[in-house]
Design a protein. Sequence first.
Length: 490
Amino acid sequence: MPPAPPPPETPSFEPYLARGLLLVALALGAILRVRLALTDDGLYWPDEIYQSLEPAHRLVFGYGLVAWEFIDGARNWALPGLVAGLMEVARALGLNTPGGYLGLVKGCFAVLGTATAWGSYRLARTYGAVPLAAAAGACLLALGSVPLYFAPRAMSENASALPVVLGLSIALAPGASRRALGVGASLLGLAVMLRLQTGIFCVGLLAILAARRQWKEARFALGVLAGWAVLFGLLDRLTWGEWFHSARVYLEFNVIRQGGSGWGTAPPSYYTRVLLKSMMGVSLVATGLSLLALRRAWSLAALVVAFYVLHAAQPHKELRFLIPMFPLFAALAGVGLDVVLRDWSTERVRALMALSVAAVGLGSAGLASQLTFGELGQYESTRPQVSAYDDSGPINRLLEVAGQREDMCGLKIEAPAHLAWTGGYSYFHRRVPLYWYQGPDRGSGLFNYVITLPQFRFGGEEVAQDNGFVLLRLSRPGCTPDPAYSWRLP
């Protein structure tokens, strides 16, 4: 008699679980990010307005407040140019109000943040992690409270994170073709155009290729990056009049003169302390898994450590500075989880471990709405218990309402808020003078509307109010022209 056929193998559910886990995490992360983009009009830090939205508004609509960086030339025009392109798209779609074009811009940044989590998955796969481990690691980025909070904000850190993680995942893939290496190096070059500090990863790419003794590939990548350096310099030449002008001024101000220290300093332990306060579970799990990944992904770990240490060594620190590092950290966690999973052959145990890591990310997402500025390491000595959400949001929404008033000819924000901590003309969207609380008084005749506190709503008609702030139309017709009005941000 012929031997009995072997029993059929039980089909594995792991690939389906990995795919489902990744899709659910990305979908939920996208929903939370886009929701925040459309509901939060607040600021974390003025840079999200005056390094991107406001200069982009000037490019598209012809007016806006000018920060010192765009007077001295300490920033290049790549990020504002990108944002201006999105504003032009919004205008072409008929989204001509701040709610329309800002919603599109912030929504695009929210989607960019979701794509960055997918980039973490791809980078973990590049370093040999199985799909289930890579997906679980990506969940930490897709659902972590800090990445969720920052995602919709039009900042250089957010814009550069996706090209960094995709560039590394493509360029460092085993057996990467010459074309793939060129694409990966180009993405890293683009990241540097958007944020100068990501040049660390360009150096890292060349160092990794050299450590692998891939000399031909290293020379080619160096040539591609050199081409992007020329583009960087050319952009400065066309906009500021000198090659590499923005890089030189920026480095002189922040590295040589330590100008950033004027906005506060912190010890090297700052980032560790703040990450544990803002998302302890995600930070501890990612760190533990990353340690397990050291042997398999030492080069990726070296990039994370280099980026972290160089930022920790700088006196002025803000949590947002680490955003380009987060997707690499999540990918490293995915590799570490893969090391753990390889010791288990039982699919149910492997699935339980991956789901446990994903649950840590989900728990962090559940706590995201409770973040305070103190937990984010911001305003720690002045208002650490204040919610990190919608800060200055009421003023910004009243700015939008004010800009739509037909008789508007000048506006003063009487509330004790510096213009840098408001949305400027990106929200106001009206080419008339905008004064801050230290500007001219009501008797000057230079403005006919004020945003003020309820106790000061005398002398006019209340037009709108929002969470303790009032838009008031003063009892006077028209405004006196102000030939001395300055568009420079105070």
